[in-house]
Design a protein around this ligand. Structure first.
Ligand code: HEC
Length: 104
């Protein structure tokens, strides 16, 4: 194998890794903006506000599974899937990941 093909192999692997990570982020951001921001951007009805570290701190401590579960099934004024039954579970989880990663 030539030096240039080794170089390409490692660069291409790196590129495909970074682009798939940002694709997941983008999907979460899109879902958040389309389905969750309406409450979470301003904290409607006591919703933990986007990027508000204090509001999310204790929630994040309960673990991702608990947060996914609330987002999927609802809790108090938080409707199941943010009221968007058309979203897949993975879309909702990606939106939770997006919100959590911006609140740490
Ligand atoms: C109608 C307003 C509303 C919409 C739309 C909404 N939420 Fe919420 N969300 C809330 C409220 C209110 C709470 C606080 C619930 C509580 O702790 O009693 C909450 C809490 C949460 C929590 C914290 C759960 C926990 O266990 O502490 C997560 C995660 C969450 N929402 C994710 C989402 C996602 C993802 C979406 C979009 C798919 C979404 N929310 C859309 C109102 C909303």
């Amino acid at each position: 194998m030539s030096y240039s093909s080794i170089l390409c192999l490692s660069t291409c692997l790196l590129l495909s890794f970074t682009s798939s990570a940002s694709a997941a982020d983008d999907a979460g951001k899109k879902t958040y903006e389309g389905a969750c921001a309406v409450c979470h951007a301003t904290g409607v009805a006591g919703a933990p506000k986007f990027a508000d570290k204090e509001a999310w701190k204790t929630r994040i401590k309960t673990g991702n599974e608990a947060l996914y579960n609330t987002a999927l099934k609802g809790k108090g004024a938080m409707p199941a899937k943010g009221g968007r039954a058309d979203l897949s579970d993975d879309d909702v989880k990606a939106a939770v990941d997006y919100m959590v990663s911006n609140a740490k």
